[in-house]
Design a binder for this molecule. Sequence first.
Ligand SMILES: Cc1ncc(COP(=O)(O)O)c(C=O)c1O
Length: 365
Amino acid sequence: METRRDYLKKMGLGALALNIAPVYSYANESIACLKPADARKIYLNANENPYGPSPLARKAMVESVTKSNRYGWSQKPELIAAVAAYNKVSAENIMLGSGSTEILNLVLQYAAQQKGNIVTADNTFNFWMSPAKTLGLEKINVPLTANKENDLTALKSAITAETKLVYLCNPNNPTGTLCKREELIALVQEVSKNTLVLLDEAYIDLTDQESLSSLVSKNQNLIIAKTFSKLFGLAGARIGYAVAHGNTIKKLSSLQSWTNGAISVVSTAGALASLKDVNFIEKTFLLNVEARAYTIKEFEKLNIRCIPSNTNFIYFSLANYTGQFFEQLKKHNIVGTRIYEKEGKWSRITVGKLEDMKVLINALS
Ligand SMILES: Cc1ncc(COP(=O)(O)O)c(C=O)c1O
């Protein structure tokens, strides 16, 4: 089965994938902030890629601006084909959305056609579920394990005859934990016999674990949501996609007034170019690994207990930290998140550039 590294090798940059040495030119490159007043801030809140968009994506997006007077009819098949190739599936298995949030939302609408419930973990990425109640879906929350991992056995047990959707985030946000692939496959295969499974793989490309995309050709009840917002550095460009069986894609598409239409000409150009920018992909991956390892090591020295992370963010407990965490962040213009779990004072921080993480550690020391 193909992994991110196999993809890179196929694209001709296999050596980079095995060698951390030649990667640092992006680390100090400045990326514009949306508002000039925010330029002093360090954003460690939304799990964005601090290095992106990639150089090839930036060039392609600038060049495509002058084509924005046209609808992007002819561009979309090219992006769908490229996304399909990246995921080793066929074009019929892909549907584009304005960020994966649009995909998650469409799946919610699809599942809500018959009223019932959603089974999901607690904590997980759940802001997109806010329309669930209005759509007639009750939410059943299943606690994570003590190690902050998805509890697959408990999730399975929570399913009832009324369950219309099981949502699983792997790696999980906010905890950064990864399911064991074989266990996840077993769960998906069993649960999807009766229920729709939505697998959120927003961060899978930042791990060495293979996506479950190869399962969709034989499974009409599995929908995988993926995004260009994280590894590819295009959060503001709003491009995500669903990987699913062809019949399922058709059903989901019937909920979109204009199938694949929510993505602008500029964003489409950026996504296409970023898939080709294997140099950037690998650099981002490796720089994240380095800055994450540094942060965890320094957090532990400060008595901030960390859950081992497989992503570009870290879940940590402030229970034994004696400083004023949030006050220090504010003082040093660092944007963090919040307390997710009062018990244990669990919070999350995005892994930014190494230099940003050094500012963070200095602020907290
Ligand atoms: C787990 C998860 N899924 C989906 C998303 C939505 O990403 P986007 O709509 O930018 O593709 C996010 C964003 O942070 C996320 O953390």
